[in-house]
Design a protein around this ligand. Structure first.
Ligand code: NAD
Ligand code: MG
Length: 388
């Protein structure tokens, strides 16, 4: 039995995790749940799951939550509450599925408390992958990938000598604008960008899939999870999203992991690792899928891939800058304050303006993150004024 703390329980990954836990009552027990603001949804989940504790990030909602739950369920709030859950005594593993970077401090707290972590929040590995992986090594805990691509690579690499690996191949669906001409990009609306062809996910990652920043973030995530240089990480567009990613070995062989796209599978594997546990939730009919196709990504229409390669290769604070500027730009796009191509333009401009610090310790990474958010906001305001 694994005791799981789930941070981000009301989101897309969180909801899928609850399904997996319901499928496998003898394997997975949810010890605690946390969410950002959706107190109704969190209360409902807590009444169904009966965890030991819950945390709502917004402290003004803690009392409302307390009133709706039996006394045995402890109610916490804020960053303090998230960190207490990350260190929860009965927990074996902490699944971080909070959108953005709010999961970074809880992730480090969990590692220092000797817990394994399962990471859906790729942003924290992009921002501070070196620090997180180094801490995990020092404390002898596992980092399990929940992102489908990284789960696939992890499964293909199991038990292999790192020297036998030539390259890692991340597959990308190509997003909703795979065939859209560049001239149309300025008129892309939020609504269109939110219509992902193969995955149903939270808002931020869906926009990231449309710009291909999601794949860029995943390249940097892979760099840290698997300790390979950026020059050995490749991307291939695979619109069916059936091959979740691949490893190319030095003899020319490829290993791939395939299934119908459904996050329940990588979530389950992370939570039951190293075992494979029977579950019929995800089934795959290859004959019905028919064909699997591949294309070169178009870095001219989707410069996010090259920006991410630059950030991942330079390292230091630059990945944090890319990530933070992207978060600010996606937020502005969703508010109608920035055009779709504006997202990439803002990220590039902020990266170009960044003056790197010599040592990227945690404080400097946090400072780079804060600087990039402000710099992005300033440039977004300026762009909006020019447009007016
Ligand atoms: P989502 O927007 O659907 O859900 C986000 C969750 O985070 C919600 O439960 C929300 O309440 C919670 N949250 C937000 N701010 C919080 C805070 N400060 N404290 C506590 N909780 C907070 O997002 P999602 O699609 O589930 O994605 C979550 C993460 O997983 C992202 O980092 C994303 O990149 C990654 N991911 C998602 C998918 C997917 O299929 N959805 C796939 C791979 C990776
Ligand atoms: Mg992914």
């Amino acid at each position: 039995m694994r005791n799981v703390v789930l941070l981000g329980s009301t989101g897309s990954i969180g909801t899928s995790t609850l399904k997996v836990a319901r499928d496998l009552p003898g394997e997975i027990r949810l010890a605690a749940l946390a969410a950002g603001r959706r107190v109704d949804r969190l209360a409902e989940q807590a009444l169904a799951v009966r965890p030991e504790a819950v945390c709502i990030y917004d402290p003004s909602q803690a009392d409302a939550l307390r009133r709706r739950l039996p006394k045995e369920i402890e109610v916490l709030s804020g960053m303090e509450g998230l960190i207490r859950l990350a260190e929860w005594p009965s927990a074996d593993i902490v699944l971080i599925a909070i959108v953005g970077t709010a999961g970074l401090r809880p992730a480090l707290a969990a590692i220092r408390a000797g817990k394994d972590i399962a990471v859906a929040s790729k942003e924290i590995l992009v921002m501070a992958g070196e620090i997180v992986t180094e801490e995990a090594r020092r404390h002898g805990v596992n980092i399990l990938a929940v992102d489908s691509e990284h789960s696939a690579i992890f499964q293909c690499l199991e038990g292999r000598d790192p020297a036998s690996v030539r390259r890692l191949w991340l597959t990308a669906s190509g997003g909703p604008f795979r065939n859209t001409p560049k001239e149309e990009f300025p008129s892309i609306t939020v609504e269109r960008a939110l219509r992902h062809p193969s995955w149903s996910m939270g808002r931020k990652i869906t926009i990231d899939s449309a710009t291909l920043f999601n794949k860029g973030l995943e390249m940097i995530e892979a760099r840290w999870l698997f300790n390979v240089g950026m020059d050995r990480i490749r991307v291939v567009v695979h619109p069916q999203s059936v091959i979740h990613s691949m490893v190319e070995f030095v003899d020319g062989a490829f290993l791939a992991q395939l299934s119908t796209p459904d996050m329940c599978l990588p979530i389950q594997y992370a939570l039951t690792y190293p075992r494979r546990v029977p579950n019929s939730r995800v089934t795959t009919d290859l004959a019905r899928i028919g064909s699997l196709t591949f294309e070169e990504p178009d870095t001219e229409r989707f410069p996010a891939l090259e920006l991410a390669r630059w950030a991942g290769t330079a390292g230091g604070g630059l990945p944090a800058v890319l990530n933070a500027a992207n978060e600010a730009a996606v937020d502005a796009f969703c508010r109608g304050a920035l055009s779709f191509p504006g997202i990439t333009e803002i990220v590039r401009a902020v990266m170009e303006a960044y003056r790197p610090a010599p040592h990227a310790d945690l404080d400097q990474i946090l400072a780079a993150d804060a600087w990039a958010r402000e710099e992005a906001a300033r440039r977004i305001r300026a762009a909006a004024e020019t447009a007016r």
